[in-house]
Design a protein around this ligand. Structure first.
Ligand code: HEM
Length: 516
């Protein structure tokens, strides 16, 4: 947990104790309800302090690190209490399989908390809507229409144009250090904006910055989410007003985009449709079990950005960081790409997909840096796992960061060694429980194809067109790999690098990208 959250927590713990004692006896009985559950055979866990539970045990480090450490002592199915909220932490492939496969139905839901309630129109988005008919319909729209293989392919031109501009911008910078992190995030948002809205919108900057803030606030570890019954905290912490402001901003922008699309005179072919077009068409056609409202459309579009952009960008950022740390692996990846691009300066998407070593590099990076290290679920109906009782409404966090480091499955788990994936047929859809960066089961990520296209293409070009150096003669081993706090775990410090153009034939290969 970062220092900002730590100081916020300390302030509020004191405040909370006062509020708790001032509460009526009736209300105190209510907050003591979850404590009663401890008399059942819950999974083991560290001793809980009154009122704060195990909050203090998450201080000093990021939650997924601390939880991994605790799981070594208490086991792969561990019970902790954060304020009022009961949490079960899953830290091994075996337990993940139990939760996400054997008991998939029981855990096919996420806990609603304040940020998605306010930002995503009362959790009517795909990510947070409760399991049931509404979610099933949205999910189907997602799989069949928005994120299907065919749709992702239809955005090929957009990806190529954006990557081409990205590479040209880097090359125009000469050999001075660039903030590669910022450029990667802006590239992914650019591609997503054009895929969702058809063009880069005038308000794109404001929209992206609002989404960034939403992702920051949506980790679910804020005081307001740990004490959901003490509503006054939402006001005292300023969280509610911050979220309401962000919601108004994103809603205003999405409203104007929807109106713009509605007022457009010309019809588009299905191949040219952007995501807003698709959703408006489905709204007009009807045929769903519920009328698709404008707010439903907005919440789905928000998902595409909030669930899709930072996650994909952060993988590219971590790949570049890991390759900078291990120059021999960087060279190996470059050799493979340079062989494929030889004489052309580019390659087809299908050829890039066949780059075995690049793929292994991406997988190994996601093993060590899963963008969502704690996959959130909720128990829908009480059940038994490994002989322990999991009460309904328990929050479940699957620690994919810990699972990717399980020494039973990974030799030298902390080592960045892409070769371990070279001859394996690793499945990303959640069938191999020792590697589940996209989750598993009914609520597995539906954006895998879209994500991989947005990761592999820019990476192949970054590695083909440039050699990379660290600024100020920094040594590779000194590159800081500290993670930042957030729902999506990025680098704490932006990645500044010096690009050295690679130009084997002496001609300008960047220009060739125009004919790509
Ligand atoms: C490297 C990139 C990405 C990673 C690592 C990632 C990871 C995840 C994970 C772990 C989940 C939760 C799965 C579970 O509960 O089992 C998830 C859900 C989701 N992801 Fe992704 N994701 C990525 C990219 C994307 C993209 C590009 C999109 C869309 C444009 C997307 C849309 C979604 C949605 C809508 C859900 C909610 C699914 C549901 O609840 O039914 N993701 N993602």
């Amino acid at each position: 947990m970062d220092s900002q959250i730590f100081s916020l927590l300390l302030t509020f713990v004191f405040l909370l104790l006062i509020i708790w004692f001032l509460m009526t006896p009736q209300a105190r009985v209510q907050t003591s309800k979850p404590i009663k559950l401890l008399s059942l055979k819950l999974p083991p866990g560290p001793w809980k302090l009154p009122f704060i539970g195990n909050i203090h045990q998450l201080f000093g480090s990021l939650a997924h690190h601390k939880l991994f450490e605790l799981s070594k002592e208490y086991g792969p199915l561990m019970h902790i209490k954060l304020g009022e909220v009961s949490n079960v932490i899953v830290s091994s492939p075996e337990m993940a399989k139990e939760v996400l496969k054997t008991h998939d139905m029981d855990f096919a839901q996420r806990s609603a908390f304040l940020a998605p309630m306010i930002i995503s129109y009362g959790c009517t988005n795909i990510v947070f809507s409760p399991y049931g008919g509404y979610w099933r319909q949205l999910r189907k729209i997602c799989m069949m229409e928005l994120l299907s293989e065919k749709r992702v392919q239809s955005f090929r031109r957009i990806r190529h144009e954006e990557v081409s501009n990205f590479i040209k911008t880097i090359s125009s910078n000469g050999r001075s250090p660039i903030n590669l992190s910022r450029m990667i995030f802006s590239l992914t948002y650019g591609v997503t904006s054009r895929a969702a809205f058809g063009k880069k919108h005038d308000d794109q900057g404001a929209f992206i910055s609002a989404i960034h803030k939403v992702v920051e606030l949506a980790a679910g570890f804020s005081v307001v989410d740990m004490y959901p019954s003490i509503k006054v905290l939402q006001l005292l912490s300023g969280m509610r007003s911050k979220l309401v402001r962000l919601h108004k901003e994103t809603d205003r922008i999405l409203e104007s985009i929807i109106n713009e699309h509605r007022n457009r005179k010309t019809e588009k072919s299905s191949y040219e449709e952007d995501l807003v077009d698709v959703l408006l068409r489905l709204q007009k056609e009807g045929g769903l079990d519920f009328p698709l409202s404008d707010d439903n459309i907005k919440s789905v579009i928000l998902d595409m950005f909030s669930a899709g952009s930072d996650t994909s960008s952060t993988v590219v950022e971590w790949v570049m960081s890991e390759l900078l740390k291990t120059p021999s692996t960087m060279r190996k990846a470059q050799e493979e790409i340079r062989q494929l691009f030889k004489g052309r300066g580019h390659a087809d998407d299908s050829e890039i997909r066949e780059l075995k070593f690049l793929k292994s590099v991406v997988l190994e990076t996601m093993r060590l840096h899963p963008p969502l290290p704690l996959v959130p679920r909720e128990c829908r109906s009480s059940c038994e796992i490994a002989g322990y009782h999991i009460p309904v409404k328990t929050k479940v966090l699957i620690n994919t960061w810990a699972i990717g480091r399980d020494p039973k499955y990974w030799t030298e788990p902390e080592k960045f060694y892409p070769e371990r994936f070279l001859h394996s047929s690793t499945d990303l859809k959640g069938n191999d429980f020792e590697f589940i960066p996209f989750g598993a089961g009914r609520r597995v990520c539906p954006g895998i194809t879209f994500a991989l296209a947005n990761i592999e293409l820019p990476l192949a070009h970054l590695l083909y067109h440039f050699d990379w150096e660290l600024p100020n003669q920094m040594k590779h081993e000194d590159l800081d790999m500290t993670e930042a706090y957030g729902l999506v775990v990025r680098r704490k410090e932006d990645l500044f690098l010096v690009p050295v153009p690679y130009n084997p034939t002496g001609e300008n290969t960047f220009l060739r990208m125009d004919n790509w």
